[in-house]
Design a protein around this ligand. Structure first.
Ligand code: URA
Length: 364
């Protein structure tokens, strides 16, 4: 499902917005198109309420008409400059959350340059706009709908849920790999595993998950338990998942390397090469709609493996981006994220990770 939020100024573009809303509802369903945040509870912080409403959308449409920039209140103050202007607050929130923002120009309005906008929404000027006119309404809307469909995946349509028999088969297939891995004496980390009484960590979660998380390698706690992402990183992962309404059982979590490397060092090339076929088999059994990489090493490995044009990119540029890829079983998406361990001591980084997790909502 694609959730679309329409931001507009009533006195500026109401005529267009009604038509726009009706068309979008026809294409995406009424439960997916939001126009007005009309249920702010008494006593609620309205800024927070608006922020949450924006957070829930996949696409943010900002309708800009001829009065959008200059509309004033009764005392002559420009509405965009008022501290409680919903239009500005929602746009600022969408920009801050790095939402897909599509400005729609109506009534022959032009895109305002950044110099005439309040600073917090100046970046809106850089977003490519679509023009909507009453004369070409049908065609303009088609353009908008195509843009939304090509940029935002419709998760449920993307992967059909397997029936219970298939899920059982998938579970059994994963268990067989787990058993094989236990006896994999050729594994470069096998001796270290046995010396320390560790377990290999195949992965854990829903064998038919829509979302597959791939981290780097198990740490000490994970190797002692034979389960991925326990301890502080696991707590962060759980917190982020619950922020988008998911539990660990809803997703599958694994790593590129399935045994603990000594001293938590980065896995080496030989280790990665050894475990790659295992990860391939896991992925092929689960057939996720999206692979979410956790941390730089997992990102580079997966982007190279899927031969994406971004394979040489940096995580600071690619985190939170939705990248289209081709898996052996069909088209999928990859979203690189920072590693949860990185955000343990930084509130700012944690905020970034939280915002990036929002990108996963379309797969929920
Ligand atoms: N870090 C990882 O990358 N994987 C785990 O399983 C735990 C910590």
């Amino acid at each position: 499902m694609r959730h679309i939020f329409i931001n507009y100024r009533r006195q500026d573009s109401e005529g267009y917005v009604g038509r726009l809303y009706d068309h979008l509802v026809q294409h995406f369903g009424s439960e997916c198109v939001f126009m007005d945040v009309d249920s702010i509870r008494p006593g609620a912080d309205f800024l927070k309420t608006l922020e949450e409403a924006v957070a829930a959308c996949d696409v943010f449409i900002a309708v800009i008409g001829p009065q959008w920039l200059t509309a004033t209140d009764d005392s002559g103050t420009r509405r965009l400059d008022l501290w409680n202007d919903f239009v500005r607050i929602e746009i600022a929130s969408a920009l801050k959350q790095d939402k897909l923002i599509i400005p729609i120009l109506v009534g022959q309005a032009q895109m305002p340059p950044p110099t005439v906008l309040p600073e917090e929404i100046a970046a809106l000027s850089r977003r490519n706009a679509i023009t909507l006119s009453h004369q070409r309404f049908g065609r303009d809307i088609e353009k908008l709908v195509d843009a939304i469909k090509s940029m935002v995946p419709a998760s449920r349509a993307f992967k059909t849920q397997a029936d219970s028999e298939i899920i059982q088969q998938k579970r059994a297939a994963l268990k067989a790999i787990q058993d094989e891995l236990l006896g994999a004496t050729a594994a470069p980390l096998y001796a270290f595993r046995v010396e320390n009484g560790y377990f290999p960590v195949l992965g854990e979660g829903n064998p038919d998950a829509n979302i597959l998380f791939v981290g780097e390698a198990p740490g000490k706690t994970e190797a002692e338990l034979g389960k991925p992402f326990r301890g502080p990183s696991g707590d962060i992962l759980n917190e982020m998942l619950s922020g988008i309404g998911l539990k660990r059982e809803d997703v599958y979590v694994t790593n590129i390397v399935l045994d603990r490397p000594p001293g938590n060092r980065d896995p080496n090339t030989e280790e990665i090469a050894f475990y790659t076929p295992y990860l391939d088999r896991i992925t092929d059994i689960i057939r996720p709609a999206v692979i979410v990489t956790l941390g730089r090493n997992a990102m580079t490995f997966i982007l190279k493996k899927l031969d994406l044009p971004e394979k040489k990119g940096k995580i600071s540029d690619l985190h939170g981006k939705l990248l289209k890829a081709q898996a052996p079983y069909g088209e999928i998406y990859v979203i690189p994220l920072y590693h949860p361990a990185l955000v343990l001591y930084s509130a700012t980084q944690k905020d970034t990770l939280r915002k990036d997790f929002e990108k996963l909502r379309v797969f929920v």
